[in-house]
Design a protein around this ligand. Structure first.
Ligand SMILES: *Cc1c(COP(=O)(O)O)cnc(C)c1O
Length: 498
């Protein structure tokens, strides 16, 4: 299977090349030339398999230049014993008749990013080995909080790879900041940026495509790659859990094989929901993809009107991993909705860069709305949803998950659609203890993160995961703050000092 760039279809790559490069040379994103079909028979075969074997089956259709043994080794390292706190990797929790939460946060950093970022380093080192890459790989990451830590954890001390993470100084939760600033490992560097996530992401894209920076790296026998969801190797592992959730529903006799489901996803960079879109187009019976946003509702407006408008107020919310106004992976969806017209994609992306907005044609909007529904949720509704789930189901959810649950409730009330629905649950609630505890009507003022977490344990009867509790008192390694124009300096500094 070959991959092609969304901005220039003549730019082709093998799976290994796409994963190693991250972005295509002209700034486009790699997408598969064709999607492998997932037949009812294949699904049926997967029903009784454990997660790792479901992952192997799906990955091997996409990574055609990997051997089955290589894929098995990668998947076992990522999801094998000891990596995830739940043996089933991505279990479903049922909320009465309402929906199923797909818990994607049982990995080492307690957010769904682990699902992909435990696997990506394995895929990347395997790809480097077999293509005779021969250079040191420099991973650049822009993070709204969870990707950074998950990438640091995934790439920590992986030979032949260095990783540099940029996060917005004011745009991540205190625990997220602590998770990154205390990161161990010989090959890691973490830099705070004065600005928001979009500034960090734009800066990383600029470094990636700067001929001077690329030249400088080449002279050092190094090359960039990306661990953001712009990298195909990030998206692919995410397709697996939607297929796996469907198999679980069939196995547990919640649906019959072939029955349609809906999927609702708390969305930021559009990676997670796009993986569900790919699963659907491979043949997984998904009816509606429901895109849930917080107050930064640029995607809600886009799906309702066909106008993407990033010139708008930017809000810092209690679901910081969704505080994003430029959703990178939308570019991949546009490429498919525009029937792979790479020039049209290039035009839209140029308009986005120059004017901060673009409009799709009525026909493209119709195709978009055929597959996607959407909604957003204000802060008060997020908090009320956390409280409602706790009171109704004794289920403690985080702020991002609450956004999706709230948007799903709106969707169901508006449409009357009672199709069984899987809602992506993207973080452990103890990652955002302040917001979750105050949503339960408890006082948090004057308490630090760990005191809040203790109180949350007492109120909820749930436990703070050991990997978060263990941050208390851990020495802070990274204190550097850079302006958004100094990201190249930060990179130079990191490469000299690692
Ligand atoms: C990254 C993240 C999201 C958003 O996912 P995208 O793939 O960027 O749309 C939602 N919730 C949490 C907890 C996250 O870390």
């Amino acid at each position: 299977m070959q991959y092609q760039s969304t901005r220039n279809k003549t730019q082709k790559a093998t799976a290994s090349q796409a994963i190693l490069q991250g972005l295509s040379a002209e700034g486009g994103l790699f997408v598969p030339e064709t999607l492998p079909a997932l037949s009812a028979q294949q699904l049926e075969k997967m029903i009784d398999l454990p997660y790792v074997q479901r992952a192997q089956a799906i990955l091997s259709d996409f990574l055609t230049d990997f051997t089955p043994e290589q894929i098995a080794a990668c998947v076992n390292k990522a999801y094998g014993p000891g990596k995830f706190s739940n043996d089933t990797i991505a279990p479903l929790a049922q909320l009465g008749q309402e929906a199923y939460l797909l818990e994607l946060w049982h990995g080492p950093t307690c957010a769904f990013k682990d699902m992909a970022l435990q696997l990506l380093p394995q895929l990347m080192t395997t790809a480097a080995r077999q293509t005779g890459f021969g250079k040191e790989i420099v991973i650049l990451v822009a993070t709204s909080g969870d990707t950074g830590k998950a990438a640091l954890e995934g790439f920590c001390n992986v030979p032949g790879i260095r990783i540099v993470v940029f996060y917005p100084e004011e745009g991540v939760s205190p625990l997220q900041k602590l998770q990154m600033a205390t990161q161990e490992g010989e090959n890691v560097f973490v830099a705070a940026i004065r600005g928001n996530f979009d500034d960090a992401q734009t800066g990383v894209k600029r470094l990636f495509t700067s001929p001077e920076v690329i030249g400088k790296l080449q002279r050092q026998n190094r090359a960039f790659s990306s661990a953001n969801s712009m990298n195909w190797g990030r998206l692919l592992p995410q397709i697996v859990y939607y297929v796996s959730a469907y198999c679980d529903l069939v196995r547990d006799e919640q649906i019959a094989l072939g029955d349609p489901i809906n999927v609702c996803v708390p969305t930021g960079n559009f990676g997670n929901i796009l993986a569900a879109y790919y699963a659907k187009h491979m043949g997984l019976p998904i009816r509606k993809l429901i895109c849930a946003s917080n107050q930064n509702n640029v995607l809600t407006d886009f799906i309702r009107t066909g106008v993407y408008e990033k010139n708008r107020p930017f809000y810092l919310t209690t679901s910081p991993s969704m505080d994003i106004l430029i959703s990178s992976n939308l570019e991949r969806l546009l490429f498919h909705l525009l029937e792979e017209d790479d020039r049209a994609v290039r035009d839209l992306m140029a308009q986005l860069q120059e004017k901060g907005r673009y409009t799709v044609s009525p026909e493209v909007l119709r195709r978009l709305q055929e597959e996607f529904d959407c909604g957003y949720c204000e802060e008060a509704q997020t908090a009320a949803t956390i409280q409602r789930l706790f009171e109704t189901y004794s289920y403690l959810c985080d702020t991002h998950t609450a956004v999706a649950v709230s948007v799903y409730a709106q969707y169901r009330a508006r449409t009357g659609d009672e199709t069984k629905t899987v809602i992506a649950s993207t973080a452990n609630p103890f990652k955002f203890p302040h917001a979750v505890l105050s949503a339960l009507g408890q006082e948090t003022s004057g308490l630090d993160e760990f005191q809040v977490a203790q109180k949350l344990e007492a109120v909820s009867g749930s436990q703070m995961p050991a990997q978060l509790a263990g941050l208390q008192g851990k020495p802070v390694r990274f204190r550097e703050i850079f302006s958004k124009d100094q990201m190249e300096d930060a990179l130079d500094y990191a490469l000299q000092n690692l």
